[in-house]
Design a protein around this ligand. Structure first.
Ligand SMILES: Cc1cc2nc3c(=O)[nH]c(=O)nc-3n(C[C@H](O)[C@H](O)[C@H](O)COP(=O)(O)OP(=O)(O)OC[C@H]3O[C@@H](n4cnc5c(N)ncnc54)[C@H](O)[C@@H]3O)c2cc1C
Length: 469
């Protein structure tokens, strides 16, 4: 006999677990099926003695949904905060230079030349571009090449491990594009916004937990108990013959029935499940590219850092980003022990380097030893560390972050339109409308509300047809 649920959720990453939590709270029978033997998906925290390494995301920006979830789970005391104003550095011509975080800081920054500042200052007079431009085209047109190369491209490496020439501005940076569409200028809308704002703009804190980000998915999974089932690799989806829902088959042949299904797995997995019913959606899902990224965690004693240049010891900060033009392989590094407390023992600094991404596909073929050596060599170049590194952990994500490439918005619209042909089947993953952890909470909130509406409507229809019978 096949067990039956109101909702089956595919994947116990943050999206799947948060959605399951909301639905369970409302009394629905939910099953989360996860192919791995742990919750968290991309979130992967490791304790190594007194070092706390993150193999995936390092921090998240607080959102109202996140804070209320933390309170409900009783995790408030476990939170740690990083200073959102911690300096971020860009490595440019053999120096680390702080990224200007405000208009006055921009005006005096040595990172951008006077000509580059002048070009950015002319931004309000720039005409609108094509509806689907790349990030590179958009930024170069509005703000100039220097801003693209020194600020925006390294930021895009940091968020998407992506190439600004290949990403759609409307999909990957929708707020920036909306500013142009609504106000005709980014600078003008910034000025209007600061005039309207009463008092200082609230700053969103950077958050994690004492034992790393994985505390959150583990707490969610604990609260869901047996509703989360591990080592459950879903291989096939079937529509029930009487259209009353779906049957999901695991690799080992076990099957489960559900009235509704939420798929939070990456796009290429969703594509295999949908290939038989919705070939057009499957084809569009398969077009979403996921580059490989390695996260390499290394530690150095405080004495390895010079006091003369910015570093986790001398100035503190969030980390550094490296424009591709600078001849350094790593995309950048997060200064974990400077950002959050409790990441390294006293007298040590922990740094996570990112290697790979769209612009360096060969990085995934490097051996572990070569990846550690690359990260160490790049930290010698960028931070001038002296002496050897303590190699801590290395995680190679063969398919790391979905790229919101050209035509992504239209691709997603096609996929979502197609899935409307499967009532009660939903896609809720990070390739749809935001890769940040904060976006996962927003999506989970919205998705659980949609599922609840669907189940309530179905119940009402069933009652009505019972009465008629
Ligand atoms: C290296 C890296 C660094 C990042 N840094 C940050 C950061 O600092 N801040 C930030 O906000 N975001 C960051 N992100 C992005 C963020 O971590 C992800 O977008 C987010 O964690 C996605 O969560 P999810 O639950 O939607 O998907 P996932 O975490 O991918 O979870 C999907 C789950 O589905 C499971 N699954 C897949 N196929 C099947 C199947 N057939 N059957 C059953 N289960 C299946 C997977 O095992 C996985 O557990 C980073 C991502 C990476 C990879």
């Amino acid at each position: 006999m096949t067990a039956s649920f109101d909702t089956i959720i595919l994947g116990a990453g943050l999206s799947g677990l948060t959605t399951a939590y909301h639905l369970t709270k409302q009394g629905y029978r939910v099953l989360v099926l996860e192919k791995n033997d742990r919750p968290g998906g991309a979130i992967l925290s490791h304790s190594l003695g007194e070092f706390l390494c993150e193999g995936g995301p390092n921090s998240l920006q607080e959102t109202p949904e996140f804070i209320s979830l933390v309170k409900e789970l009783g995790l408030e005391e476990r939170l740690v905060f990083g200073d959102p104003k911690s300096p971020r550095y860009v490595y440019w011509q053999n120096k680390l230079i702080a990224v200007p975080l405000s208009p006055p800081a921009f005006l005096i920054s040595s990172l951008i030349s006077p000509l580059g500042k002048l070009k950015a200052g002319l931004e309000p007079f720039m005409p609108k571009g094509n509806p689907d431009e790349s990030i590179a085209e958009f930024v170069e047109r509005r703000l100039g090449r220097e801003i693209l190369v020194k600020l925006v491209a390294p930021f895009i490496s940091g968020v998407y491990a992506g190439d600004p020439k290949a990403l759609s501005v409307a999909a990957a940076l929708p707020r920036l594009k909306a500013l142009e569409d609504e106000h005709g200028s980014l600078v003008r809308s910034l000025l209007k916004g600061s005039q309207k704002q009463q008092g200082p703009r609230p700053i969103k804190r950077l958050c994690s937990f004492k034992n790393g980000l994985a505390e959150l998915p583990y707490a969610l999974a604990r609260s869901l108990g047996e509703a989360v089932q591990y080592q459950s690799n879903i291989q096939r989806l079937e529509k029930n013959r009487d259209s009353s829902g779906y049957r999901l088959y695991l690799e080992n042949g076990t099957s489960y029935d559900a009235t509704t299904v939420i798929c939070t797995s990456p796009a290429y997995i969703a594509a295999t499940l949908l290939a038989d019913f919705l070939p057009e959606a499957a084809q569009a899902l398969n077009q979403i590219v996921y580059p490989a990224v390695a996260t390499v965690c290394l530690a150095y004693p405080d004495g390895a850092f010079s006091t003369l240049t910015p570093s986790p010891c001398s100035t503190g900060g969030f980390g550094h980003l490296i424009p591709r033009e600078q001849g350094v392989r790593s995309l950048g590094g997060i200064w974990n022990s400077s950002l959050f407390p409790g990441r390294a023992p006293k007298g040590w600094q922990l740094i996570t380097c990112f290697i790979g991404g769209t612009t360096d596909p060969e990085a995934q073929t490097l051996s572990e030893e070569a990846l550690f050596q690359t990260a160490h060599r790049d930290l010698q170049t960028v931070l001038g560390v002296a002496g050897g590194a303590k190699n801590l952990t290395l995680t190679l994500w063969k398919k790391a972050i979905p790229q919101y490439g050209m035509g992504h918005k239209e691709r997603i619209a096609t996929i979502l339109k197609e899935t409307e042909k499967l009532p009660g089947f939903y896609l809720a993953a990070n390739y749809i409308d935001g890769v940040a952890l904060g976006d996962c909470f927003t999506r989970a909130h919205r998705q659980s509300a949609t599922i609840i509406d669907f189940l309530k409507t179905l119940q009402t229809q069933l009652k009505a047809s019972d009465r008629e019978a």
